[in-house]
Design a binder for this molecule. Structure first.
Ligand SMILES: Nc1ncnc2c1ncn2[C@@H]1O[C@H](COP(=O)(O)OP(=O)(O)OP(=O)(O)O)[C@@H](O)[C@H]1O
Length: 327
């Protein structure tokens, strides 16, 4: 599939005004995004996500590197490149707060030079699709956060740009509204073939709607892979067993020797044993150890890994590597 965004060896440093200390916020990152893809741009606080997003949408000038949007270099032909991008940044700053929902949509649709009739048709369609019809006469500053978010995305759609950048699109939304916004974003990508880049700390949202994630830490990309692959990679094969007896000292020693991570909570009637297997075949060895004292197994649960845990493992692993490098 066709690449709509291509970022190559992007770098950006800031100089702190008071101390003159130089901070390398982005240290040479490269990635691409395909048309119609929803990409998650993740990282802990201060990792360099906002700086990257701001460079892509032309708000911050990179020190070096290339950003191509739909094949156009955004430093050589800035306006032409930026026409392909809409950003819905924190606080929905792309809306006019003292205009109504309909007025906002009409204003942005009108900006594109369409006839009054075409503008009305397009606005009606969007009000319908984004379920904003009942709120069309409401002032934006009176809307709930969820409605404002939907409207901000609708406005981004109107600009007709292929790429929509979203910063924390579900922040502060209740569960139901968060699901509505996710559904809407899927529709925007799948049916309207827009490309979406989401920056968020909400890993549930990322796991739910992003096909792929780029994870940044300390200004560098540490992972660029499909969510599905990352989940598989960190699929810990963790089992939680309920035992009808206590484990003998010998069994505990063997378990410790065999399994790197295991947790044992002894109880005469219902001991709990949590084990992480490196390979699925190791389950037989686990049972061999349990068989030694004929320990009854009353229940066995396989634990699954979620994206939040995967993210933390990736980022923490990286921090440990950093520490090792510097020590
Ligand atoms: N205008 C600025 N002047 C100086 N330093 C800055 C500036 N903007 C960002 N930084 C620094 O650059 C680094 C990366 O910041 P950035 O905002 O890109 O990270 P982030 O991943 O978006 O973080 P968060 O999740 O907290 O928003 C941080 O150390 C930050 O303090």
């Amino acid at each position: 599939m066709e690449q709509i965004i291509h970022v190559q060896n992007l770098k950006k440093s800031y100089k702190k005004r008071k101390t003159k200390e130089v901070i390398q916020a982005v240290k040479g990152i490269s990635f691409s995004v395909r048309r119609g893809e929803i990409l998650g741009l993740l990282g802990p606080n201060g990792a360099g996500k906002s700086t990257t997003i701001k460079m892509i949408c032309g708000l911050v000038k990179p020190d070096s590197g290339i950003i191509q949007i739909n094949g156009i270099n955004n430093q050589e032909k800035r306006l032409k490149a930026l026409r392909h991008i809409s950003a819905v940044l924190e606080g929905n700053r792309n809306l006019y707060w003292r205009l109504t929902v309909r007025e906002n949509l009409e204003y942005f649709a009108g900006n594109r030079g369409f006839s009054r009739k075409a503008v009305t048709e397009q606005v009606d369609e969007l009000l319908d699709e984004f379920q904003l019809k009942g709120k069309e006469k409401e002032l934006v500053n009176r809307l709930s956060r969820g409605m404002q978010q939907k409207l901000a995305i609708a406005v981004a759609m109107l600009a007709d740009s292929e790429v929509i950048l979203l910063d924390e699109p579900t922040l502060g939304l209740d569960v139901e509204t968060s699901y509505e916004v996710r559904e809407l974003l899927r529709k925007v990508a799948n049916e309207h073939q827009r490309t979406i880049i989401i920056s968020s700390h909400d890993m549930d949202v990322i796991q739910d709607i992003c096909e792929r994630t780029v994870i940044i830490n300390n200004g560098e990309i540490v992972t660029n892979d499909k969510v599905e692959n990352l989940l598989k990679l960190f699929d810990v094969r963790a089992y939680s067993l309920t035992l009808g007896n206590l484990l003998s000292d010998n069994q505990q020693t063997l378990l410790k020797k065999k399994f790197a991570i295991y947790q044992y909570t002894p109880d005469t009637y219902q001991s709990k044993l949590e084990v992480e297997l490196a390979k699925s075949e190791e389950i037989y060895e686990l049972f061999d150890i349990l068989k030694l004292a004929r320990t009854p197994v009353e229940a066995i649960d396989r634990k699954t890994v979620n994206f939040e845990q995967v993210f933390l493992k990736i980022v923490k692993g990286e921090q440990q590597n950093e520490k090792l490098k510097s020590s």
